[in-house]
Write a protein that binds this ligand. Structure first.
Ligand code: HEC
Length: 147
């Protein structure tokens, strides 16, 4: 009786704890990897690498607005990364993806891929807000460039 209760607790803990991390990777593969590559390292001529710790650090407390804004609005314009420049490429808005899945995906990118310190990433409230009032690509570029 007691043993089975402990086993039960263990199972619950094992499933509950890492769920969001695994979830984020799975959701990323399902929705984003066709353009950004399986491990978010980008695909030449298709979409940039999302491994860019300098960018996420530089964005500081604007980070959540930026990543949630890109997901809900998509992005276009010239995009410079540490090793390449993307011009004339368009990312379509991903606002059709469930908010909870977008939360898991952003946490995967910020925490698992980039090991960003200082905050868990966007929450559902922010993503829902941006879904109903999407930012313009111009505003997102300005946010990214620190204008
Ligand atoms: C159809 C291809 C495509 C899909 C699907 C796609 N993206 Fe993108 N993504 C792009 C392109 C292209 C850019 C660069 C846009 C530009 O040059 O302005 C981009 C840019 C980004 C950026 C900005 C990177 C930076 O350095 O500022 C983020 C963040 C991002 N995508 C995340 C995602 C996530 C997360 C998903 C899945 C929910 C996703 N994208 C799905 C093509 C795509």
């Amino acid at each position: 009786m007691r043993l089975s209760a402990i086993a039960c607790l263990l199972v619950v803990t094992c499933y509950a704890l890492p769920a969001s991390a695994f979830d984020g990777h799975d959701k990323f593969v399902a929705n984003c990897s066709g353009c950004h590559g399986e491990n978010a390292k980008g695909i030449e001529g298709m979409a940039p690498s999302l491994y860019n710790p300098e960018l996420w650090a530089k964005l500081g407390d604007k980070r959540n607005d930026y990543i949630a804004g890109v997901l809900t609005s998509g992005l276009s314009g010239t995009l410079k990364t540490s090793n390449s420049s993307f011009d004339g490429m368009v990312m379509p808005p991903q606002d059709f993806i469930d908010t909870a899945d977008l939360v898991a995906i952003t946490h995967y990118i910020l925490n698992e891929i980039n090991h960003v310190e200082g905050g868990p990433g966007p929450d559902a409230v922010l993503i829902d807000k941006l879904k109903s009032a999407p930012k313009s690509h111009k505003d997102l570029q300005a946010l990214r460039n620190g204008d």
